[in-house]
Design a protein around this ligand. Sequence first.
Ligand SMILES: [Zn+2]
Length: 361
Amino acid sequence: MRIFATTSRYVQGAGALDELGRHCAVLGERAFVVTDADMARLLGSRVEASFKAAQLAATVEVFPGEITHAAIAELAEQAQAFGAAMIVGLGGGKALDTAKGVALRLGVRAVSVPTIASNDGPASAAIAVYDEHHIMQDILQLPRNPELVLVDTQVIANAPVRFLRAGIGDAISKRFEAEACSHAGAHTLLGTPASLTGLVAAQACYDIIRKHGAGAIRAVQERRVDEDLEALVEATVLLSTISFENGGLSLAHALARGFSYLERAQGTLHGDHVAYGLLVQLVMEHRASSFIEELRGFYHELGLPTQLADFGLTSPTPEEIRDLAEKSMVSPSALRFAPPVDASQLERAIIEVERMNANMG
Ligand SMILES: [Zn+2]
């Protein structure tokens, strides 16, 4: 058995935001938009205008900040009172996941409009729910992926470059994670072995990042859209999601889970954790040091993290390293690797990754 799942429609380009209403019109007549205060101020009127032009009723609601079960329940009540046929998330990961959570609760369609490209969430059916201490509490799943993902690349180009960089970190691992997951005979989040389409997407995602990553970073630093950025965004927002949902995750994402428990790494981005986690995974795979060094060179070119100090953990203590290794084992992705790993092996691999930086002097 194999299952392939993805978003029904993906729209990307400079100025795409003005087309949002038109693309939503096939989904129903009433749109409930969930966003944060900054995006409401910056883009709210444009979004409203696009719905109006498409003759849809829309309301823009500002969500409280952290995505908790309570926040979702409250917004769901408002959306139901509004008679929403679809819930549109506009903003970063939290706004998008909150919107998906509301859609799940009401059984209506979800639409993602990411304003940063920092992770693989927008096109995904997964919803990460946190507690008040920013610790991931639950991963909920929509019964279907968001019906529409719309990315305005000019909006992405206007956002701080660190978000684009994190999105690259979250995506660059996918080829290796899908391979490791398949090698272990493990299943994807869909509960089946990887589909060929998922594996091909993961490889393509990696190739596009290697070809267009550096150029895309430069484009965003200059707040302009070019072919490098268009290619890169398609890889990190669409292919990256197709890869992990249909190809599977492994140790790089297990490490990312571990990072969320580290006191000194608070406020650092998921995609950066994954990028570091990939280096640990490659050590666990016994990759040739020349291979890892070449990839580390690419990390340096893009400004991706290669050591714990890049997350604020200067001179990491043995306890912090052990903690990272042990907390990573909490993730189900830690089991998607063969031969089976334990915390002490991960701990040694992290120390090895740290040593590579020391060697660079
Ligand atoms: Zn991720």
